[in-house]
Design a protein. Structure first.
Length: 369
């Protein structure tokens, strides 16, 4: 049976807090909860506080808001999706890398709590399937409940070895693209790895594909359980693909701009070796979708912008924005005059074939073949 969201959220009131490191813990025990469902902090619920007063008045309000965002977006047990990254220079398309992403969530599972002896928040795999020179690279990340840096392992085909890497610096480019590991979903890093500050509420323009303003994406039910977001070959069509296009080669050509209310949240990395300085996140106040991430370098100069195109999903009797609901990403590096376009293929949600046994270090080598 699926957990009733409204009932759980009422029970969450006063049950959770942030510790001295800004990690999410139980108010009574001071230990991270094994399972959280619904937003952790109802006092900064953006739906019930439309003027953002609670976020402004609470010194931890911005951090609590980002915790609410993280928990609310991953309301799924398992997620799997192939995706591609396109290198785009000033003259257009350069190369493409095909990848996969698979995630198993322990928090926010709609069917309730599962065994979690290692006390993880979630685990996920990313891998490269082509081209040949990168094929076989596989990365396994364990996100811990205690708020410490991730446990991070990489299989390197060239040396046929699994290496344990530092999980503290997630600002390195992914397989040489303009995308960093922390860019996933707008922000995929540890929430307590940043100092968060509420800047303002602002009316802005959400970039959406024209198709997604007219149609809800109905998911296909999988035979063994779960749902599949069907692929859209026209998703995130970019300027370099359009004959006669006179705009930037990375610019979406089939998009419209929809007025939305955003909270502008600033994040500053605590890690002195993080590759960038502050970033501002334009977060849709009603869906928690990060529409834009604007990043400055450590010298305070503007560096790059990430844009994410959202997609509304309908699965079973549910409808709304979900971690699996995206038409694509675009990252524009102003200093390098370069961009990366990310396209997402099909997305599986709550597929029971994705189980905990998949996420083992000793399996990385076989996944990389």
């Amino acid at each position: 049976m699926i957990v009733n969201l409204s009932k759980v959220q009422k029970k969450n009131k006063g049950k959770l807090k942030l510790d001295e490191t800004k990690n999410l813990v139980e108010a009574t025990t001071g230990r991270p909860p094994l399972w959280v469902y619904g937003i952790p902090f109802t006092s900064v619920d953006v739906v019930n506080d439309p003027d953002a007063a609670a976020i402004k008045s609470d010194p931890d309000g911005a951090a609590k808001f980002m915790w609410n965002r993280m928990v609310s977006l991953f309301r799924a047990g398992q997620l799997h999706a192939p995706f591609s990254l396109e290198w785009i220079g000033g003259k257009g398309f350069e190369r493409i890398v095909h990848c996969t992403w698979t995630q198993y969530c322990y928090w926010a599972r709609p069917f309730g709590e599962v065994s979690n002896p290692n006390r993880y928040r979630y685990v996920y795999l990313t891998g490269v399937t082509k081209p040949y020179d990168l094929s076989g690279i596989a990365q396994l990340t364990f996100r811990r409940l205690d708020g410490q840096p991730d446990d991070f392992y990489v299989y390197v085909p060239a040396i046929r070895r699994i290496k344990k890497m530092s999980g503290s610096n997630r600002s390195d480019p992914y397989v040489g693209s303009d995308v960093i590991i922390d860019d996933g979903g707008g922000f995929a890093g540890l929430t307590n790895s940043m100092t968060w500050r509420f800047i303002e509420e602002r009316l802005g323009l959400l970039i959406v594909e024209e198709r997604d303003t007219k149609f809800v994406n109905k998911c296909k039910q999988l035979p063994g359980g779960g749902w599949r977001v069907m692929p859209d070959e026209a998703a995130n069509r970019l300027g370099w693909q359009e004959e006669g296009w006179t705009g930037a080669p990375w610019a979406p050509v089939n998009a419209v701009y929809v007025p939305r209310n955003f909270y502008i949240i600033e994040g500053v990395p605590l890690d002195p070796y993080y590759n960038s300085g502050k970033s501002s996140y334009w977060v849709d106040k009603n869906t928690y979708h990060v529409a834009y991430k604007i990043t400055w370098d450590r010298a305070g100069e503007y560096w790059k912008t990430l844009m994410i195109l959202p997609r509304c999903l309908e699965w079973g009797d549910k409808r709304g924005y979900h971690a699996g609901g995206t038409a694509g990403y675009n990252v524009i590096d102003d200093k390098m005059h370069h961009a990366t376009g990310a396209r997402v293929g099909y997305i599986d949600i709550d597929n029971p074939e994705i189980d905990q046994k998949l996420f083992r270090v000793d399996r990385l080598r076989t996944l990389g073949k």
